[in-house]
Ligand binder design. Structure first.
Ligand SMILES: [Zn+2]
Length: 198
């Protein structure tokens, strides 16, 4: 087998998290020693480290590592980027899609890198608004484009499962910079992604 993906978890962090989650399970009225729950604290400990892996990654370095000189001044749109993040207020997931566009100013990046940047910022404790602007800022600072736009649509489990229980509400956030501050460019972008918008 030529390809092998290796998962690595911090041993100390994992150990402490396991202890915490075992206590959490007991505090919630369950029995952490019950057969079905025996390995649950370890699974959560690993899942949470995976879900928050974005802290260890530099999104701008990813973009800088794949910067290509190219005389293109057409809008580049990457839409329907799958997104999974954690709301920092309740530590419950929010998930949906990101749509990103930029107009290059001599520099482009690999299309997969845009999706990677979304992932790096999503894999943290987040609020959707900040996630949107962090993606925009990373692209703006590394590629110095003529314009950049980010739209995120997401369902928040903290809204769906608890509190107001609005199961079907979708939260849309957007951030625009440069050329996208102007109506025609922004409209063109919104039209290009409109088929997928709710
Ligand atoms: Zn929340």
């Amino acid at each position: 087998m030529a390809y092998k993906k290796v998962e690595h978890f911090d041993e100390h962090v994992t150990k402490c998290l396991i202890k915490n989650y075992r206590e959490t399970i007991d505090l919630l009225g369950e029995d952490a020693n019950r057969e079905g729950l025996i390995k649950t604290p370890e699974r959560i400990a690993k899942a949470m480290q995976f879900i928050t892996q974005g802290y260890g990654v530099d999104a701008k370095a990813i973009l800088n590592s794949a910067k290509f000189h190219e005389e293109i001044s057409e809008m580049i749109v990457v839409k329907d980027i799958e997104l999974y993040s954690m709301c920092e207020h309740h530590m419950l997931p929010f998930f949906g899609k990101a749509h990103v566009a930029y107009i290059p100013n001599g520099w482009i990046t690999g299309l997969s890198k845009i999706a990677r940047v979304v992932d790096v910022y999503a894999r943290r404790l987040q609020v959707q608004e900040r996630l949107t602007t962090e993606i925009l800022d990373a692209i703006k600072e590394t590629l110095n484009p003529i314009g950049v736009a980010v739209v995120i649509e997401a369902n928040h489990l903290c809204m769906m499962m608890r509190g107001v229980q609005k199961q079907n509400s979708v939260t849309t956030t957007s951030a625009f910079d440069g050329e996208f501050m102007k109506n025609p460019t922004r409209s063109e972008f919104l039209k290009l992604i409109s088929s997928t918008l709710h």
